[in-house]
Design a protein around this ligand. Structure first.
Ligand code: FO1
Length: 325
């Protein structure tokens, strides 16, 4: 079983490559829920939905969130009803939120709802929210406000400087059913090239997940989301300084820490342009490798997945590409 810790868009591209290399039924994705929010009485799960839409071939190709071929008749009516929608919800996307919220209101746990939704979208890989409990990423701004992550990112375009990031509810959050078992029994655990601060950290902030990651016999292999000192997508460069991490491949590896010294990673993959950083990463106490990580081309995403599996010692010896390393 290949386990992936994932956020939204960066993870979805990586997963597209992974599913070309590993049978989807052998993949369990543990997904961040800190981005989730309630709007119009509906529960919205952006990271779970981005991955679902991506892998089902339904995602809006430019946005890489929400649905392609979308219409906004409901939003336009909500505006006539006096709402000022700051978070764009298209008609097709809204149907998913209506469906999910109805099941949650009937008492179904988010993990069970997610299994229903992924099945209805024809996915065979397993998506697990990290927890069925409330866990919310809050952005405390330098000007003294306490904002939901989406309010800061979408509502205010990540303009306000960040003083502190809080994973509200994480300490009390229980791992969702199957999460701990997946990590403990994994052949490899992959940290996707997601936002370290608002996608990966809310997952590892759940105590039972942190304990499972510390004890699993599987190697934990991460892929840097920062290439050449720049984010590939999103706003990690606005958050890493707030948590004391440098905005480069080595800085993120140092922030995650080496498992040999109580941190997360056994191995770290950087983009080819950052090959010069390999000695610094290795000095942190982890294995390191450089390869092409920009996954616009599905073949590159598949090659990256093979490299990750190789570093995770999860690649069957007999068919390792190019023979044993
Ligand atoms: N991102 C935006 O920049 N603007 C939006 O209006 C917006 C709406 C939205 C609706 C549903 C959804 O699943 C995602 C949406 N996103 C939007 C993206 C979202 O902020 C990100 O997917 C993650 O939460 C951050 O990685």
């Amino acid at each position: 079983m290949v386990v992936v810790l994932a956020g939204g868009v960066g993870a979805a591209r990586f997963l597209r490559g992974l599913t070309a290399v590993v049978a989807p039924e052998d993949i369990t994705v543990i997904v961040n829920v800190g981005d989730d929010l309630e709007l119009h009485g509906l529960r919205i799960c952006p990271d779970l939905d981005s991955i679902t839409y991506w892998l089902a071939g339904l995602v809006h190709p430019e946005q890489q969130w929400g649905r392609a071929d979308e219409r906004f008749t409901v939003r336009d009516e909500l505006i006539r009803l006096g709402h000022e929608p700051w978070f764009t919800l298209g008609d097709r996307d809204l149907a998913l939120h209506v469906h999910r919220t109805a099941l949650l209101r009937e008492g179904m746990a988010l993990s069970a709802v997610t299994a229903d939704v992924t099945r209805r979208h024809g996915l065979t890989l397993r998506l697990l929210p990290v927890t069925d409990d409330r866990l919310e990423t809050r952005i405390h701004t330098v000007d003294g406000r306490d904002l939901h992550f989406q309010q800061w990112w979408v509502g205010e375009r990540a303009v306000p400087d960040v003083a502190r990031v809080e994973y509200r509810g994480a300490q009390a959050a229980r791992a969702a059913p199957g999460v701990v078992e997946a990590i403990v029994d994994a052949d490899v655990v992959i940290v996707a090239p997601s936002n370290p601060v608002v996608s990966v950290a809310p997952i590892t902030a759940v105590p039972a997940v942190a304990a499972a990651l510390a004890s699993t016999a599987a190697r934990v292999v991460g892929v840097s989301p920062i290439v050449g000192g720049r984010v590939v997508r999103g706003m990690a460069h606005r958050l890493l300084p707030a948590v004391g991490a440098d905005v480069d491949a080595t800085g993120v590896a140092a922030w995650y820490g080496a498992r040999s010294s109580g941190g997360l990673l056994d191995a770290w993959i950087v983009d080819s342009v950052d090959a010069g950083a390999l000695p610094d990463v290795r000095a942190l106490g982890m294995t390191a490798s450089a390869t092409d990580t920009l996954m616009d081309d599905p073949d590159i995403a598949a090659a990256l997945a093979r490299t990750v599996l190789g570093l995770g010692h999860a690649w069957p010896q007999d068919d390792r590409p190019g023979g044993p390393a």
